[in-house]
Design a protein around this ligand. Structure first.
Ligand code: AHR
Length: 508
């Protein structure tokens, strides 16, 4: 083992509540993400409930998915919601224009998405079409989903099988409007957002929270301009119609992907990579912290009360696809994905005062993935195991941790050797999630607990034989977290983290 690390946890200095929506997901009509991955149809031999596959629902229910963003992604700004309602046989056969121009049957539409949410126990986050749609189309969709049963849209919804209005707590106002969602400048988007915001609302139930399109990676100018122009109501709108005390937007998005190569055309290998590409991918994941700090610093100037959330509504590991259909964005998951997920979620937890939504890209069969399917077979990925370990952080209080640990150094890359976040749950238990980035060195760790009286400690850890150990559809799952010895004595916990691992320590 390498030199020891010391983590100091002061439970007397609690931070913000960790919003469960940080553990949100994203599903898009892309590759096998929806069709096969979620939707197999009611007549499929694959066990399903109303066409939605039961194995996938069972796996996702276990990790407590709070919210699911749909229908895209780039797909959202070409999606016309009316194509996806009504009798299945009468829905138009479309084309997935955003991706591989494959057939879009529209078999999975609004009703099927809402059914999927109900089966998993998740909330809705619908991205409306700004790029090729209209304010009217988006408002009509909100009416269709949320208006009371005795209204005209409610009657149409009832005729299609669902009388009661649905709750739509989150609306994404476009997606990547700086790119596939409309090629807009920040000024143009800010104007479009203000226009949509005047009309987008829920017609029953919970107030809908609007999420504006935010920056790609380090586009700080976008954040500056959208915050300056689109955050606030004009000084004197009709006061009875609007609650002008609150900003126009609930959240501002951030999209950021971790890859190992130099740029989007060279994202690095997904399997069969060496420690150089392990390190470069982890360096990029680590950048998430700086991105959030710098975007948040800009937001602080316009919104010192932190009313506007950062919604990292697309994040994940994205490498070059080694499969025949690269546009399907299917990747075999490896241990590196788990480490990137563990690091990213720790960063979101540690910024819980501003980050109140995050949606991993994506949920099934696309890029990072929590679940992979192959016909009737299904496996959970290393990322799924990280979400399962980390679910204890949902709704818990963030606790700051001072980390003294040797750096992980690989060639020109130098990174903090451990990524850590901690929280205290409602029952008083303390949870620390710790990622050891080093691909070769185990790390002895001492955790100094300040405040509280502690009786016992336990730990579970996820690792694998090699840095690119990958998921397989046959045989035992190599990523199931195993118990790790943790000794508690006199307010200190001692344990040794395996190399390349994600560990959850619980102290009660
Ligand atoms: O997640 C895949 C794609 O990445 C999304 O459709 C798009 O928003 C982003 O560029």
């Amino acid at each position: 083992p390498g030199d020891s690390a010391v983590l100091t946890v002061d439970t007397g200095k609690p931070g913000a509540t960790i919003d469960p929506n940080i553990y949100g997901q994203f599903v898009e009509h892309l590759g096998r993400g929806v069709y096969e991955g979620i939707w197999v149809g009611p007549d499929s031999p694959i066990p399903n409930v109303r066409g939605i596959r039961s194995d996938v629902v069972a796996a996702l229910s276990q990790v407590k998915v709070p919210v699911i963003r749909w229908p895209g992604g780039c797909f959202a700004d070409g999606y016309h919601w009316r194509d996806g309602i009504g009798p299945a046989t009468q829905r138009p056969a479309g084309i997935n224009a955003a991706w591989d121009k494959s057939a879009e049957t529209n078999a999975f539409g609004t009703h099927e998405y809402m059914d999927f949410l109900d089966q998993i126990g998740s909330k809705a986050f619908v991205s409306v079409n700004v790029g090729s749609g209209s304010v009217r189309e988006a408002d009509d969709w909100m009416r269709y989903m949320t208006a009371p049963a005795d209204s005209q849209p409610g009657k149409e919804r009832a005729a299609n099988g669902h009388a009661a209005p649905w709750t739509v707590p989150f609306i994404g106002v476009g997606n990547e409007s700086w790119g596939c969602g409309g090629n807009m400048t920040a000024d143009t988007y800010a104007t479009a957002f203000r226009h949509y915001a005047a009309f987008l609302r829920a017609y029953s139930g919970e107030r809908a929270k609007l999420i504006a399109v935010g920056a790609d990676t380090d586009d700080y100018e976008w954040t500056e301009k959208v915050m300056a122009q689109a955050m606030k109501w004009r000084p004197n709108p009709t006061p009875l119609a609007y609650n002008t005390e609150r900003p126009l937007m609930w959240g501002l998005s951030l999209h950021f992907y971790s890859f190992a190569g130099n740029d989007w055309r060279n994202k690095g290998r997904n399997i069969g990579f060496g420690t150089d590409q392990w390190a470069s991918a982890l360096a990029r994941a680590h950048l998430t912290d700086e991105l959030i700090r710098r975007h948040a610093a800009i937001m602080d100037r316009y919104d010192p009360k932190k009313q506007v959330a950062i919604a990292v509504d697309e994040w994940g590991a994205w490498f070059d696809s080694e499969k025949d259909a690269p546009s399907q964005l299917y990747l075999e998951s490896t241990l590196r994905d788990a480490v990137i997920a563990g690091m990213s979620l720790n960063i979101f937890n540690n910024h819980a005062d501003r980050v109140r939504m995050a949606n991993v890209a994506q949920m099934v069969n696309v890029i990072q993935s929590l679940v992979l399917t192959q016909g009737a077979k299904m496996v959970v990925t290393p990322t799924w195991h990280v979400f399962d370990l980390y679910k204890v952080h949902q709704n818990a209080t963030m606790i700051p941790v001072d980390v003294q640990a040797p750096d992980y150094v690989e060639g020109a890359v130098r990174l903090p050797g451990l990524s850590v976040s901690a929280s205290k749950d409602a029952a008083g238990a303390l949870h620390l999630s710790i990622v050891n980035l080093d691909p070769a060195a185990a790390r002895p760790v001492r955790i100094d607990l300040k405040g509280g009286a502690w009786r016992k400690a336990s730990a579970r850890t996820l690792t694998a034989a090699t840095i690119d150990t990958r998921i397989r559809f046959e045989g035992a799952d190599p990523f199931v977290p195993g118990p790790l010895p943790a000794r508690l004595a006199q307010g200190q916990v001692a344990l040794t983290l395996p190399s390349k691992s994600v560990t959850l320590v619980t102290v009660e």
